[in-house]
Design a protein around this ligand. Structure first.
Ligand SMILES: Cc1ncc(COP(=O)(O)O)c(C=O)c1O
Length: 368
């Protein structure tokens, strides 16, 4: 191996990372576009959050509160948590990155699952550690496969629960079984970005498990049901020792003032969240049934998106469907990078978009 002496050289492994590709936004030549590629809510944020954001505009010359105390207090009150165990971040992406940079290094292994959220891989590799990918079963996280992947070098395990892009979930009993079998030095990261949508009796986001152990953390976001993706707000609930370590490394003002103001108002408006979840449940059900009725296979979802599997035949593959939908202004998410080359992920959108996708895919499947 020759060393490049003509320019600064990144640490080994950095140039092996495939940069994250966000959901498409444009459909060339189409006037009216529905973006259903990033799991954003069609309802937008609570009007109270918009109002708080507007009011914050009067103080743009000031640094924000580096502790984000108003937001941590609001989250603590609404979810019944101690503010000392909450840390806010510039999206949950920042917190996932911080965890890796603080707890992983060269020689360490971190486990992700077959169709896991790609940010985990990026951050693990960014910290110089090794990604260990274990199989899922029918697009669902498999606890036994994770346990089989644990070695003496394992430092972290990442599970999105519910999963993205699968939309499936792991019941709390399975998460507990996994946790019980792990060494105390292995951190279990429960990424609950879609927790609010998952209305199942045997689902838990992870609050109880974090509260009762020293090696479990839960990450959450304001980008999905709260409709504040543009403001980049996430939070982590974790044992004090982990919060302390993260606090030493994070940037001092990692949340903007408008984000703190809008997030605090949004989390206190749980009536709005309830309405958004009800709207989603209604349309998740309608869309899933309608797509199955036209002969497409759907992975059962508890989130605000569905994973649609296409027939593996010429002219009817996911890439063909993607082109057909895009030409009509419906932008879904290709998920080849998640090991699902013949599927598309569709965010539950406004009624008009949902109906439009159903009709367009009906036409697509009926093509000879
Ligand atoms: C599973 C999962 N985790 C985390 C995130 C990142 O969320 P944020 O916008 O808070 O960075 C997403 C966003 O798509 C996600 O799907």
């Amino acid at each position: 191996m020759t060393t490049d002496t003509s320019q600064p050289v990144p640490r080994p492994g950095i140039l092996d990372i495939a940069a994250y590709v966000p959901g498409k936004e444009h459909a060339p030549g189409v006037a009216r576009v529905f973006k259903l590629s990033s799991n954003e809510t069609p309802l937008g944020p609570s009007p109270r959050a918009i109002d708080a954001f507007r009011q914050s505009v009067g103080h743009l010359e000031r640094y924000p509160d580096g502790q984000a105390m108003a937001l941590r207090t609001a989250i603590g009150e609404v979810y019944g948590l101690n503010t000392g165990n909450i840390l806010c971040g510039n999206g949950s992406d920042e917190l996932l990155g911080l965890l890796c940079h603080v707890y992983l290094g060269s020689g360490d292994e971190a486990i992700v699952t077959e169709h896991g959220f790609l940010v985990y891989k990026i951050q693990i590799m960014g910290a110089g550690a090794t990604v260990v990918t274990v199989q899922e079963k029918d697009c669902t996280v498999d606890v036994d496969a994770i346990l089989a992947g644990v070695t003496g070098k394992t430092k972290m395990i990442f599970i999105a629960n519910p999963g993205n892009p699968t939309g499936t979930y792991v019941p709390v009993a399975e998460i507990r079984r996994l946790h019980a079998a792990l060494p105390k030095t292995v951190m279990l990261v429960l990424d609950a970005a879609y927790a609010e949508y998952a209305r199942r009796n045997d689902y838990e986001a992870g609050i109880e498990l974090v509260s009762g152990s020293s090696n479990v953390v839960m990450t959450r976001t304001f980008s999905k049901v709260y409709g504040l993706a543009a403001l980049r707000i996430g939070w982590i609930y974790a044992p004090s020792a982990i919060i302390d370590a993260l606090n030493r490394v994070r940037s001092p003002f990692n949340l903007s003032g408008p984000a703190i103001a809008a997030g605090s108002a949004a989390v206190r408006d749980q009536g709005f969240v309830g309405d958004a979840v009800a709207y989603n449940s209604l349309w998740l059900d309608k869309v899933s049934h309608a797509l199955e009725a036209i002969g497409l296979k759907i992975t059962p979802s508890v989130t605000n998106f569905v994973l649609i599997h296409f027939p593996d035949v010429d002219g009817k593959r996911a890439t063909d469907a993607d082109d057909f939908l895009t030409s009509r202004g419906y932008i879904l998410r290709a998920v080849k990078g998640y090991g699902l080359p013949n599927a598309l992920r569709m965010t539950i959108g406004p009624e008009e978009a949902n109906r439009g996708v159903i009709e367009t895919l009906g036409e697509f499947m009926g093509r000879s």
